[in-house]
Design a protein around this ligand. Structure first.
Ligand code: VGL
Ligand code: ZN
Length: 182
């Protein structure tokens, strides 16, 4: 059995002080750092937008490729990440799900690495984490969501909680980092 940890969009712009902040996004970083050694492989997605994209009709400009806002937070142990998946890279695509990455195909990569359990965490609960989890289930992976390492935009508190209900109803297993750290 092979396990993978997928870190979704833990990037400066989604953290407090960023362009599209989750009010408590920085809280997930120490939780992730502590978990990283527990998996066979650690991978990450990042929002990687061009300067001009239809995506910015809906959202403030954020995570423009190669900008500071698109970087991982300085305290994330990024040396443990063996592959990065870039999404939202076109001028006409939102790229909410990590399975829509354009630099490398996530579904194909996980199959090639023979991953059977996919653990997902990161930002944001309401958009990219949820879309990624729903796609992982469609691909047939056993999918677990580490709730205390997921934060949301919390534009509306109901949307935040509903995101977890939706993932659970689709077949995801909602756990906490204590279930892994023991
Ligand atoms: C995200 C809104 C816009 C996310 C990305 O990572 O959840 N949300 N772009
Ligand atoms: Zn985006």
């Amino acid at each position: 059995m092979k396990t993978a940890l997928l870190i979704v969009d833990v990037q400066n712009d989604f953290c407090p002080g960023g362009a599209l902040p989750t009010p408590q996004g920085d809280r997930v970083v120490p939780v992730i750092n502590k978990l990283m050694d527990k998996f066979d492989l650690v991978i990450a997605s990042r929002d990687w937008h061009p300067e001009d994209t239809i995506h910015f009709n809906r959202w403030p400009v954020h995570c423009v490729k190669e900008s500071h806002g698109a970087d991982f937070p300085a305290d994330l142990k990024k040396e443990k990440i063996i592959q990065i998946f870039e999404k939202g890279t076109g001028s006409k695509d939102d790229g909410y799900s990590a399975f829509e990455a354009t630099n490398k195909n996530l579904g194909g990569y996980l199959k090639e690495k023979e991953v059977d359990e996919l653990y997902i965490l990161g930002l944001t609960a309401e958009y990219c984490v949820k879309s990624t989890v729903l796609d992982a289930l469609k691909y047939g992976f056993k999918t677990l969501v580490i709730k205390d390492a997921v934060e949301g935009l919390r534009q509306n508190e109901d949307d935040f909680e509903n995101a977890f209900d939706e993932m659970k109803n689709a077949g995801a297993i909602i756990i906490t980092s204590d279930d892994i750290n023991g």
